[in-house]
Write a new protein. Structure first.
Length: 201
């Protein structure tokens, strides 16, 4: 069994305002840096053997304090990268509310695709392939994976047997932790959206 600590990156200036997507230079704000430090203190109590992160700056900055505290290398894994939002990258949610394709993204994630972006079903597929690969590499270990809200939600939906069309029924806050135990052909969700560090930050 592999224990997966799925961590959403901490706060940054665009949270709740715009789709950061794969924009360059989106870094943690002051609150996010506090959250990352609190996360490192909290998660250090686990016997974590590896720390993986999305290549986005905000995810790597959230993961770095934990990796440093544990004396582990920070491993970048593109399986857990943010969604490629294509033409929507960087747009505010006010702008997106007037885009005729936006309601499909909100309500029908199983078939949705941003203009010139990545199909959400493909996001889920690559993330789960990453989980399977790491589970084989880290059998009977605990690992931390720092990623993005919708990417983590796609994984949790799979493990819970929830349609991608229902992702708006639960939330993952910045700096939240979700936990999945995964074995050969089975998985069990142990925790969703623990916001201890987020609330304290």
């Amino acid at each position: 069994m592999t224990t997966l600590l799925l961590v959403r990156h901490a706060s940054h200036a665009l949270v709740g305002k715009a789709l950061a997507g794969r924009s360059e230079g989106v870094r943690l704000d002051e609150r996010g840096r506090r959250q990352a430090d609190l996360l490192s203190q909290r998660l250090a109590a686990w016997s974590i053997t590896a720390v993986y992160t999305s290549p986005r700056e905000r995810a790597a900055e959230t993961a770095t304090p934990l990796a440093r505290r544990l004396g582990l290398d920070l491993r970048i894994d593109r399986a857990f990268d943010e969604i490629d939002f294509g033409d929507w990258t960087g747009k505010s949610f006010d702008e997106l509310a007037h885009d005729p394709a936006w309601p499909l993204w909100v309500d029908r994630r199983s078939v949705a695709q941003p203009p010139n972006g990545e199909r959400f079903a493909d996001v889920q597929r690559r993330a789960l392939e990453g989980i399977d690969r790491l589970r084989g590499k880290h059998a009977d270990e605990t690992i931390a994976i720092f990623s993005h809200g919708d990417v983590i939600k796609s994984m949790l939906a799979h493990f819970l047997g929830i349609s991608l069309d229902h992702l708006e029924r639960f939330d993952l806050a910045p700096a939240s932790v979700s936990i999945v135990a995964a074995g050969d052909g089975w998985a069990q969700v142990k925790l969703i959206n623990d916001t201890t560090a987020a609330d304290a930050g």
